[in-house]
Design a protein around this ligand. Sequence first.
Ligand code: ADP
Ligand code: MG
Length: 356
Amino acid sequence: MSTAPVIGLDAVTKRFEAVTAVDHVSVDLVEGEFFALLGPSGCGKTTLLRVIAGFEEPDEGKVLLDGRDITQLRPNRRPVNLMFQSYALFPHMTVYNNIAYGLEMENCSKSEIEGRVDEMLAMTQLDALAHRKPDQLSGGQRQRVALARALVKRPRVLLLDEPLGALDKKLRGQMQLELKKLQHDLGITFVVVTHDQEEALVMADRIALMKDGRIEQLGAPEQLYERPGSRFVADFIGVSNFFEGRATGDGVETEAGDVFRGEGGAETGASCAIAVRPERISLSAPDRLEDQNSVSGQISDIAYHGQDINIHVLAAGSKNAVLARISAADDKSRSFSIGQTVWCNWRPEHGRILTN
Ligand code: ADP
Ligand code: MG
């Protein structure tokens, strides 16, 4: 993967009357990367995708292709393909003809069309289904036809709006890996819109987490997960425990008077929170663990999730129960019971101090 930007967005803003759907977004999409636009419904993901594709003209800012301003370039002149949320396959055409359609419109030769369609059929594992019609396919297969149809034109960038939204959970998991492999094999830049944080974490090289038309944080999945820059990020990506309080310099003093050390900084006295991932919390009884942040409380709930056990602890001074996630394979996990008093412990480097 090179680091040359293929598409650049420079302070792009798009308004619909009173709504600012995209608000001064600047980002470079790198050649060959798998990029996820993640965020809650209504945060501007689809609008941003449509701006990149050329279906929406930004009110402010520029869209660049290889550094060249293409803000005014029509969609069909851009080396960019948008795969719609509904796959919009032609129902009366076979899989083969659905895929070939775009090339026929471009007046490619018959032999070139055959070669390229066959290649896409093989890549998306549709060879055996080439002569079926869309209504003779499963949801996952229709999804692959839509992909093949978008990719056969060899765009530099493929934009996918909630591509797996219509599939059930198990199939979605499988298609996530297929999409990722396909992207890797082809080396085409993929931009995938999703509201599913887990999906973004699994598939993407980089994630832009959006909120209210802006990019709240941009980075590799592990960066967003391990070093969230705000409560919104810590909450939207995965699950976090928040301990509210005031900054002391290298930590936070809670209203209950506990002092927790953590990573990141805040001005002394500023209102802030420490965010801790549930899997970073270990439970101990009767003693706390040495050299860790600790808070004690009573176990209020134990929930089995197969591979993990979620243990909720009602600690003094914490608004919500503290959530600790323990591997079910850990023998200690069976030693806890509801009503028991335990310590929740975590190492200082696993607490993120967040001010906003
Ligand atoms: P997302 O894809 O993240 O759910 P959208 O980009 O679809 O969000 O929408 C962002 C905001 O812009 C929403 O408030 C939505 O209602 C508004 N919006 C999107 N498209 C239009 C439109 N064509 N006309 C008016 N408002 C729109
Ligand atoms: Mg959308």
